[in-house]
Design a protein around this ligand. Sequence first.
Ligand SMILES: [Zn+2]
Length: 396
Amino acid sequence: METVRCNICGGNEFEEALLTKDFEIITTKGSLNIDVRNVVCKTCGLVFQNPRFDEDEAKFFYTNQFRDEINSNDKVNGAWIRIQQKDFLINNLPAGRIGRILDIGCYEGYFLHLLENMGWEPYGIEPSVSSVKIARERYGLEVFCGIFEESNFMEEFFDVISIRNVLEHIRDPKYFLQLACSKLKPFGYLFIEVPNLYKPFTTDLNDFFSFQHLYHFSPVTLRNLLDKVGFKIIYQEECSYPALRILATKDENVPGIRYENDYAAAVEIIRRYQVNRVENIELINSRIRQFATRLSNKKVLLYGAGFNTEFLLNNCDLTELDIVGLSDKNGEKHGQTIFGYKVYRPDEVINLEIGAVIISSYKFQEEIYDEILFYEDYGIHVIKLYDNVIWLESVK
Ligand SMILES: [Zn+2]
């Protein structure tokens, strides 16, 4: 682990804001346990993990993590989000503006594909080999497989650089944005989307304050960072999910030293988040008790062998359920023992003598539900755990 200073102001005085003790991280080479510790900078209010994985530890995790299963060949993952993002960009750029766009973290390339169809010249960067393959084969896109810091684009080459849900994972966001700034033409545009600290969602605790998120930006701390690097925000909006979108322009006249201290707001939102989290755990516990009563001693399987299940097993009371195993689409997990349970293939489930499958996935609950609803034909109830999610109101 390594200890770092505040990436925005260089400050070295922090308050511990959120601690998840003994968090178990599963990799293909076994699991590791860490305390995930988030602090608030007293000088500027930036919330970030400190200490955090050092570079070697991070590399070990990212090299050996279970890869998300790529879905079917013709299905576009998260298409509606990419369409929203494309609309945000196009609607807020000056009318008729068109040119070269670099999408950092382009995933399977659908966002770039939408822009190419409108006449943009698309370039992508993506570290996942399987995603790059899809971007190239499905859309014929030019994608650099790797990370931005190792790419080799010319200075002042792009009209727009987009960084969608990437910045929170970056070890040195200030340097990253300085680099982006240098690759943009004068008065080029920067489009950023990040999870919004002022609007965390709560039943997916491991996702918002996940150890993979090194930084938790708010509208204020993100503005502080952009000021520092030389970008002026021209438009921002909150997403329908808990994230924040910003369009900024490269502007040498930005003061570069102005900080609004977000400390008080950050501490308050995290305090409310923790209260809300306790309420949500109680909600899930009461739901599990209802299932247990209805199932009366029938055996149960949890569908999903990822972070949601880790959260569930660590934080909730499942003692009244007779859990016999897990199932997951990810072939790398089949036959393994994860969290102490055997992981079955989805097609094996109908042969197990169980009464119900509980879907333990927050993000993909609906997709999984559609895929496994046929279990009902075999007398196995398919149960959703995460309906009626409670959302926090914004603090500002
Ligand atoms: Zn700071």
